[in-house]
Write a new protein. Structure first.
Length: 355
């Protein structure tokens, strides 16, 4: 069974299994970081439905999962998704005064989402883009949110500048930044006794790596856009640090104590992204740096270039000062010589005439 045959067959079978109380259609779903073809299931009389990715269902068939079992999985996933869907009045989407208190942010790759960003209000941070979401529901077990689009803003009569200002104020309150050391996280995940036995408890002053996210761990890399996050992280880390984009949901903070080179960190990020991170959750392959003294957040390679330029300028200045000092010494000696009293020249003797 090829993909087109599978798609038609499973849509027909899902209609039979779900009954007439549901509307089914096949649509291309374009989301940040991904797009896919899905069967969209919406209860009759509702404007909230679920999308079931057809490619994942077909992949299961390719992995020799029996067709009937794939249909059963799809039905269970659809029913669970609809049961857990937030109870939300979609008419509220036209009322910005009600919705702005639900504003949060998400940070994504600007390059990977260039086409989607054309229809979405955003602000760039280096090679990332900050987009905005209305959070309908949030909990540790999951959540639901709606991406803010240009058309949505136009319907609300709100400018992108106003949206950004409100998000900067509201997002840190709705989803405050959470920064935890790796030792602290290991203790939470494994229990203190187990972590101690394995030597994973690290004194706070010795922590070199931290994880930054938000309480529900959804779109947690958005903390990079928070106004006071960099200063907050610098205080926790104890100075300058590198940022590794673990995913769109969290990022790693590594103390810059001179031991790690950004090239090594970047190689690690690329390897993890290629082998362990779902493409839908990938942020970027870049490494970033925060200079706590000058309060500059930038790509790590820019930081290195800036440091090298500064060192070159310092060397040139030192050379110029040394050269100037030598010239000053030579001039002083010349002046000293010119001011020294001159000795009388000896009188020349006249030649004698020999006869």
């Amino acid at each position: 069974m090829n993909y087109e045959e599978f798609k038609q067959q499973i849509v027909d079978d899902l209609k039979d299994r779900l009954g007439d109380d549901y509307n089914l259609s096949v649509n291309e779903v374009k989301k940040l970081n991904q797009s896919y073809e899905a069967v969209t299931v919406t209860p009759e009389g509702s404007n909230i439905g679920v999308n079931m990715p057809l490619n994942k269902l077909y992949d299961a068939i390719q992995d020799d999962v029996p067709y009937d079992a794939v249909v059963d999985r799809a039905v269970d996933a659809i029913e669970n998704g609809l049961n857990q869907a937030p109870k939300f009045d979609m008419n509220m989407l036209g009322d910005y005064d009600q919705m702005k208190n639900k504003l949060a942010m998400e940070v994504v790759s600007a390059e990977a989402n260039a086409e989607k960003l054309e229809s979405v209000p955003h602000k760039n941070i280096e090679d990332m883009a900050v987009v905005y979401r209305f959070v309908l529901e949030s909990s540790e077990s999951g959540g639901a949110s709606i991406l803010v689009t240009n058309q949505m803003l136009e319907n609300m009569g709100v400018t992108p500048e106003q949206l950004h200002a409100d998000a900067m104020e509201n997002a840190p309150q709705l989803r405050p930044a959470v920064i935890k050391g790796m030792g602290e996280l290991m203790a939470e995940m494994m229990g203190v006794d187990q972590a101690e036995m394995l030597g994973m408890i690290i004194p706070p002053e010795d922590e070199k790596m931290f994880v930054a996210t938000v309480p529900d761990k959804t779109h947690g890399a958005s903390v990079l856009a928070y106004q006071d996050f960099m200063e907050q992280a610098a205080e926790r880390v104890g100075g300058d640090f590198f940022i590794l984009p673990s995913s769109i949901h969290e990022c790693l903070i590594v103390r810059d104590d001179g031991e790690m080179k950004y090239e090594d960190l970047e190689a690690m990020v690329k390897d993890v992204n290629a082998t362990q991170v779902d493409p839908a959750d990938k942020l970027t392959d870049s490494v970033y740096h925060y200079d706590s003294k000058e309060k500059i957040f930038e790509l790590a390679e820019k930081f290195v270039e800036r440091q090298e330029s500064r060192e070159e300028a310092a060397e040139k200045e030192a050379d110029a000062e040394e050269k100037g000092s030598l010239l000053d010494d030579l001039k002083a000696k010349k002046d000293e010589v010119s001011k020294a009293p001159k000795k009388d020249a000896p009188e020349k003797s006249k030649p004698e005439t020999v006869r």
